[in-house]
Design a protein around this ligand. Structure first.
Ligand SMILES: CC(C)(COP(=O)(O)OP(=O)(O)OC[C@H]1O[C@@H](n2cnc3c(N)ncnc32)[C@H](O)[C@@H]1OP(=O)(O)O)[C@@H](O)C(=O)NCCC(=O)NCCS
Length: 138
């Protein structure tokens, strides 16, 4: 089982490295993530994944970014990160995903997120609409 803990400034270099190897996720400046909520997964000395989320209202949250290092995928790390974050985010949780990101869509489907709407012309480089996903946690 991965260890999940809040992200810290010392994690930023490894978060940046995972993000660079995950072109499907948002490519924002990781130093900004500490202004939001960051969770990291670790395995031994390795940082294996990260999640960034924010609270918009007391019971409304947005998952901003998520990636697992390619060599650690399909080992339950993404599920553990989202599960740990949902425990801290009661109410409604939203996120956007590219229609072309088949792995992420199957991942969120396996966690019972529901596709609720689309946002036309949402992404750039390459241009693509977004699918909005929602999960309601107690
Ligand atoms: C999406 C992502 C975070 C999933 O992380 P992960 O640690 O590999 O996912 P898990 O091992 O927890 O998978 C949980 C379940 O999701 C589904 N799933 C995950 N990846 C999948 C894939 N490539 N194909 C099909 N189903 C997949 C499976 O049902 C899986 O359960 P199983 O392995 O027992 O069959 C990871 O693929 C990733 O970092 N992708 C690149 C970045 C990205 O797309 N981020 C999301 C942007 S919105």
């Amino acid at each position: 089982m991965p260890l999940i803990r809040p992200g810290e400034p010392r994690d930023l270099a490894e978060i940046r490295a995972i993000q660079a190897t995950s072109p499907e996720c948002a490519q924002w400046d990781p130093t900004e993530y500490l202004n939001y909520g960051v969770l990291v997964a670790t395995f031994g000395m390795h940082l294996t994944g990260f999640l960034v989320g924010r609270t918009l209202e007391p019971r409304e949250h947005e998952l901003l970014n998520l990636a697992v290092a390619p060599e650690f995928r399909r080992q339950g790390i993404g599920r553990a990160l989202v599960g740990a974050w949902l425990e801290r985010a009661p109410g409604s949780v939203y996120l956007e995903v590219r229609p072309s990101n088949r792995a992420a869509r199957l991942f969120y489907k396996s966690l019972f997120f529901q596709e609720v709407s689309t946002r036309p012309e949402y992404y750039n480089d390459p241009p693509e609409p977004a699918i909005v996903l929602k999960f309601h946690s107690c």
